[in-house]
Design a protein around this ligand. Structure first.
Ligand SMILES: *Cc1c(COP(=O)(O)O)cnc(C)c1O
Length: 458
């Protein structure tokens, strides 16, 4: 074991936890493109958004000007139950790899939901409660967001209705039971409880569902019930804002020991953990205070940044949500059933998309067998069983550390370890049995899906 002065875990004191979220949009030179009303193609107003989201969240969604937004005291008090999360120096992984690189990871899996999603769930539930609403509806894919929201709603005594992608509902019965234990009502999607669900079932009988489809059902369900709003666990500006707590804590921990990152790595599904982790560092880059490489990692089977187009697209299959300009594979894109590693959304946060477009971060796609290889290597030396999603970041962190070994460079690598993988054992089983394969969409498949994006004049 190394005798370096940096402790194995850098913890912040409670008093050092951030009191405000950081809104990177305020400091961006090129702001993300506005959300558009799908009928009029005009930017959506706060008033219009307030019919879908809680009022304060609609405001946050459109706020491009305030760099800091105070964390309400009740949300901060909830954060105190499981934050600050540790920034861990991966000494054991460094030793095993024989790399001169210094590797750190910010671990967000230390709560029952097993991921960073609780950071935004509690904020969204709080604003719903504060507005006097009765409940919220949402979708969940792998189940982490549904679990996080169930926990937050249970704490604040709000009703919680979750549309869970049917394949996950069937493959992850224990995820479902965790949500029900926290009082949520869980419906497999597509379902016959909504108009859009019935239409999709009629068109594709026997479908296992998709995130885009579950979003449409949840939005419709919220609209139909008095005192309900829809909430979403990724992609949106407001979610990125709440997740900035990850980056703020990471920066505070690094600053404590005068550590400057050379490479920051995060996995990217809808872009919320990555966006939250990098926000304060992007702010520094924009102000010319930091020169560091930032890498978004996505699955080769759902490569929105590396192979998608930067255009306006539908956010959901039922096309009920506002249009968003983002890197997208087309709202009809569904990754191969073979793909086990999460990060399946067809598009990407408009903030992350714009930053990528402006060259402030780079993107890499990785194949799932290589991801599970890295996950296993990490688990065996660092102890934590990582979520497949998080393991995309581990893969690239290991690749970069091995490159440092070749070149003899002592770089500082920081990556986001977003969660734990206890509910992903079917995927691990397939990997352990040697049955996992890589499914990469063809150019023709992506082009066909992209042909369905809406035509929006520049
Ligand atoms: C949801 C999730 C992700 C991906 O979502 P982002 O919005 O891209 O952060 C990554 N890791 C874990 C553990 C998740 O639950």
């Amino acid at each position: 074991m190394s005798t370096n002065q940096i402790p194995y875990k850098i913890y912040l004191e409670e008093s050092e936890m951030p009191r405000a979220w950081y809104n990177v949009r305020a400091d961006m030179t090129n702001k993300p493109a506005p959300l558009l009303n799908p009928q009029t193609l005009k930017p959506v107003t706060e008033e219009a958004l307030s019919h879908i989201f809680c009022r304060e969240l609609a405001r946050q969604e459109l706020n491009d000007s305030d760099p800091y937004i105070p964390i309400p005291q009740p949300v901060w008090d909830f954060y105190r139950m499981y934050r600050p999360s540790p920034l861990v120096r991966a000494y054991c992984l460094e030793d095993r790899l024989g790399t001169p690189a210094h590797i750190y990871y910010k671990f967000e899996g230390n709560n029952t939901s097993g991921s960073h999603k609780l950071n935004s769930a509690i904020a969204q539930a709080y604003y719903a409660k504060e507005q006097g609403l009765r409940g919220v509806t949402t979708e969940t894919g792998a189940g982490q967001w549904g679990t996080a929201l169930s926990m937050a709603c249970a704490y604040l005594e709000l009703d919680c209705q979750v549309y869970m992608v049917k394949v996950s509902y069937e493959q992850k019965p224990f995820r479902r039971e965790v949500m029900r234990t926290y009082g949520a009502k869980v419906t497999p999607s597509p379902s016959d409880t909504t108009q859009v669900g019935r239409e999709i079932l009629a068109r594709f009988p026997g479908t296992g569902g998709s995130l885009g489809c579950a979003i449409s059902e949840a939005v419709e369900a919220a609209g139909r019930q008095e005192g309900y709003r829809y909430v979403l666990g990724s992609v949106l500006n407001q979610v990125l804002l709440h997740q900035s707590v990850i980056g703020l804590e990471t920066k505070a921990a690094l600053d404590k020991y005068n550590i400057t990152p050379d490479i920051i790595i995060g996995c990217a599904g809808g872009g919320s953990n990555l966006g939250g982790l990098i926000s304060p560092f992007i702010g520094q880059k924009l102000r010319g205070e930091l020169d560091c490489q930032i890498i978004a990692v996505e699955p080769a089977s759902c490569p929105s940044l590396t192979r998608g187009s930067y255009v306006y697209d539908y956010c959901d299959t039922g096309r009920v949500c506002p249009l968003m300009k983002m890197y997208t594979l087309g709202s009809g894109f569904i990754p191969s059933a073979n793909h086990a590693g999460g990060l399946r959304y067809h598009g990407m946060s408009s903030v992350v998309s714009q930053l990528y477009h402006d060259g402030l971060l780079e993107a890499r796609s990785v194949e799932q067998t290589a991801v599970f290889q890295a996950a296993t290597e990490f688990a065996r030396v660092e102890g934590i069983l990582p979520a497949p999603e998080s393991s995309h970041a581990i893969r690239v962190a290991i690749d970069e550390a091995l490159r440092c070994k070749e070149t003899g460079q002592e770089k500082t690598i920081v990556f986001g370890l977003t969660g734990t993988g206890y509910f992903d054992m079917y995927a691990y089983q397939r990997f352990n049995d040697g049955h996992m394969t890589d499914a990469i969409p063809t150019d023709a498949e992506i082009a066909a899906s992209l042909a369905q994006t809406p035509r929006v004049p520049e």
